[in-house]
Design a protein around this ligand. Structure first.
Ligand code: TXA
Ligand code: MG
Length: 351
């Protein structure tokens, strides 16, 4: 199929710009659109056939549930049942924004959207284009990240074109996503809120609103072969995998740089194209390899927003090995390291 690429200016949102996209959504088609986290691949959340098309286009396992995107808090009572007070407290504090909550689903939501589960994931995005698409199509929009299953999530329309051109009806190009990492997911169906996926909204920020919050064990895992089963079905699959072999180097900054320089030299002597993921503070201290800076450790948004883009750039230049600094020390370190650990298949080198 021919994929329509539609540029929309987020600073000048006009209803008529969304006419074609809304028609596609209402007919059960697929529209990729920007959000503040990553691009989403959207379809009518209450139409099971439309949801099935999402799985087909991404090559996504059918037991991996979709997030339902809303534009109005009133949707909570329609899509979910037994909504606890903390859901409204979190919504008040963080919506619209990069937070997804898991609740028991209502009868309205088909299991084709929830991967067969009795629970539903709900998020109200802050991105103006995402909000306008939901509003003007007058639908709840189910949307996973708009990437081929297993590849890094997409943070620019160009990435979506790489993965999904010819497989979906439309791609709305609204420029780069601000945050660049997927939303924080919190399960509210148990005794305490549980973080199933760390994101830009941190545990501390959640706890400031609702008190005690736990991490799902799978979030804290740092080893490849464990018996820990992730509560979010999607977290069990290999994710974000770059074509190169990726290694995370841990230690003091001085030791890290020395260790990366040594490893890069060895690989290059053997003739392998080798990359380094650095920061503005360190990029001039590497003596070999293709060095890319994520941004400054003093501007964490620069780092989160560049991560998937840089993993994809290394794919394009066909790097064989990549060494990255660790980002544990950041306020958003949990979110960044969660993606890096998966991308690296948990390969960590102690400098
Ligand atoms: O920022 C985001 O969340 C982006 C944008 C587009 O909104 N979406 C996104 O969707 O990252 P996706 O499908 O790539 O990741 C959703 C994650 C998966 O790991 C899935 O298993 C989990 O959420 N999930 C969805 N519904 C769930 C449920 N009912 N219970 C547990 N986990 C759920
Ligand atoms: Mg995804």
């Amino acid at each position: 199929m021919e994929t329509i690429i539609k540029k929309i200016d987020r600073n000048n949102i006009q209803e008529e710009d969304f006419k074609e996209a809304s028609d596609i959504i209402n007919k059960g088609g697929l529209v990729a659109f920007p959000t503040e986290t990553v691009y989403g691949l959207g379809a009518d959340a209450l139409n099971e056939q439309a949801a099935a098309r999402i799985y087909a286009a991404k090559g996504r396992p059918s037991d991996n549930p979709l997030i339902v995107h809303i534009a109005d808090i009133a949707a909570l009572n329609e899509l979910a049942s037994d909504v606890p007070d903390i859901a409204y407290e979190l919504a008040d504090a963080f919506w619209p924004g990069p937070l997804t909550i898991i609740l028991n689903k209502s009868g309205l939501v088909p299991k084709g959207t929830t991967g067969g589960l009795e629970t539903v994931a709900i998020r109200m995005p802050s991105d103006k284009i995402a909000a306008a698409l939901i509003k003007y199509s007058n639908k709840y929009i189910a949307a996973p990240s708009a990437n081929t299953s297993g590849r890094p999530s997409t943070t620019k329309a160009e990435h979506v074109i790489e993965d999904l051109d010819g497989k979906i009806d439309m791609i709305i190009d609204g420029g780069a996503s601000d945050i660049g990492l997927e939303s924080t997911i919190v399960d509210l169906t148990g005794e305490f809120p549980v973080i199933l996926r760390p994101g830009y909204i941190t545990k501390d920020e959640l706890e400031a609103v609702v008190g005690y919050v736990e991490y799902d064990k799978a979030v804290l895992n740092r080893e490849a072969n464990t018996n820990i089963v992730a509560k979010a079905p999607g977290m069990k699959y290999r994710h974000y995998a770059p074509k190169a072999e990726l290694f995370i180097v841990e230690g003091s900054m001085e030791d890290t740089i020395e260790c990366i320089n040594k490893n890069v030299k060895e690989k290059e002597m053997l003739g392998f194209k080798t990359g380094v993921i650095a920061t503005d503070e360190t990029k001039n201290m590497y003596h070999g390899g293709i060095v890319k800076s994520l941004g400054s450790r003093n501007n964490e948004l620069s780092i989160t927003s560049a991560l998937f883009d840089i993993l994809r750039e290394f794919d394009t230049i066909e790097a064989r090995y990549i060494y990255t600094e660790s980002f544990d020390g950041l306020e958003h370190g949990q979110a960044v390291m969660n993606r890096l650990l998966k991308a690296a298949g948990y390969h960590i080198i102690n400098a």
